[in-house]
Design a protein around this ligand. Sequence first.
Ligand SMILES: Nc1ncnc2c1ncn2[C@@H]1O[C@H](COP(=O)(O)OP(=O)(O)O)[C@@H](O)[C@H]1O
Ligand SMILES: [Mg+2]
Length: 261
Amino acid sequence: MIDAVGVRKGFRGRPVLRGVDIIVEEGETLAIIGGSGCGKSTFLKCVIGLQRPDEGSITVDGMDITLLKTEAEIAQYRRRFGYLFQEAALFDSLPVWENVTFGLKYLTDTPRSRYRGIAGDKLALVGLKDIEDMRPSELSGGMKKRVALARAIAADPSYILYDEPTTGLDPIMSDVINDLIIDLQRKLKVTSIVVTHDMRSAYKIASRMAMLHEGKVLQVAHPDVMKISTNAHVRQFVDGLSEGPIKMRLKEYEPPEDEQK
Ligand SMILES: Nc1ncnc2c1ncn2[C@@H]1O[C@H](COP(=O)(O)OP(=O)(O)O)[C@@H](O)[C@H]1O
Ligand SMILES: [Mg+2]
């Protein structure tokens, strides 16, 4: 279970997360939705220890990551997570199997002789076979995503964090990825957080959805409840309307509504 309480994080004095409370229950897939720049990726990075919150706690399986001090402690903590980066971020100079197993030498004591076999197993889980020796540049966008997903599960994580897994994919490939996320959740019994602004995807894969807006969680609920939310901000976002309380930001940064005079 992941329990984030009062998480605050800013960059150069500019607040991004302004007191985020989120609980992710064992075995669930929580979708975090919200507009571009609202802090979704920043939140994921805080959970995995790539960013350190300015305030608040993030407790995972009873351990507060914000209290970990050394890189070694954080590395040890990170073992339980698989992370699917927004960009597939594969190494073009390495064959697929080495990309999939890239993190193993840091995360596990698995002997290198087993890497190829592990890569084959993980690739099979994401529906790919016989591509171990191909280069990422030879793959389509959807296949790259799947290879990145195989890499995310290479070290058998208990948690998978997905950062916009369907962004940039066509609708059919997006749905293939949605089905894979559901499939992995069932087969591997993982707990997942999926950051997305793809509402179709969120409705399909999430057990609950949390809407982030101006650094705070506006509502957390079952997708069916979000669909009929009475919160005007949530309504506007899930219906994808230009009219509503959420205004397009023209400048890179304007203070949040509740801090404007
Ligand atoms: N390392 C960083 N340094 C400075 N600003 C950052 C950094 N990471 C994110 N930000 C800023 O924080 C805000 C939230 O970013 P992000 O979490 O990536 O949003 P989202 O993923 O919801 O689109 C953005 O305005 C972004 O420019
Ligand atoms: Mg992001």
